[in-house]
Design a protein around this ligand. Structure first.
Ligand code: HEC
Length: 116
C-alpha cells in the first residue's frame, strides 16, 4: 500500500494521527513513552487525553504539577505543549521549549488521543 493517508487532503482542525506519531518521536520520545507503565524521564503518556494531571502512582511528579489538578483535555494539552513548559507550569521538571507549529500540535494531540 502506498500510503495510509494523503497529504494535503486532511482536515486542518482535526489533526493527523500518523503525522502526530512522528512529531511524538522527534519531540517527546526522549523523555516519554506511550506504553502503559513505562516511565522515562517523564511519565508514560498512555491514555493521556482525559487523564487527571500528576495521576500515575509510579511516577515522582514535581510539587508544581501535583498542585495543579488539571485534566489533560485536548485544550489543556495544547496550552501546555505550545509554550515553554516552565511558563505553562512554573516549577515543573519538564524541560521543554514548546512546539511552535499549530499543525504539529494538532497532529500530536490527535495521535495522543488514539492511545487508549
Ligand atoms: C526533556 C524531557 C521531556 C520532553 C522532551 C518532554 N517532556 Fe513531558 N514531561 C517531562 C517530565 C520530567 C514531566 C514531569 C513534569 C513534572 O512532574 O512537573 C513531564 C510531564 C508531562 C505531562 C504531564 C503528564 C501527567 O501525568 O500529568 C504531559 C502531558 C507531557 N509531559 C507531555 C509532553 C509532550 C506531548 C511532549 C512532546 C511535545 C513532552 N512532554 C516532551 C519531560 C519531558
Amino acid at each position: 500500500m502506498a500510503s495510509l493517508f494523503a497529504f494535503g487532503t486532511t482536515i486542518a482542525a482535526a489533526g493527523e494521527p500518523n503525522a502526530g506519531a512522528k512529531v511524538f518521536k522527534s519531540e517527546c520520545a526522549e523523555c516519554h513513552t506511550v506504553k502503559q507503565g513505562h516511565n522515562k524521564k517523564g511519565p508514560s503518556l498512555f491514555g493521556i487525553v482525559g487523564r487527571p494531571s500528576a495521576s500515575l502512582p509510579d511516577y515522582n511528579y514535581s510539587d508544581a504539577l501535583r498542585s495543579r489538578h488539571w485534566t489533560w483535555t485536548e485544550d489543556q494539552l495544547r496550552t501546555y505543549i505550545s509554550q515553554p513548559a516552565k511558563k505553562a507550569d512554573p516549577g515543573t521538571k519538564m524541560k521543554y521549549d514548546g512546539l511552535d507549529d499549530p499543525k504539529q500540535v494538532d497532529d500530536l494531540i490527535s495521535y495522543l488521543s488514539t492511545l487508549h
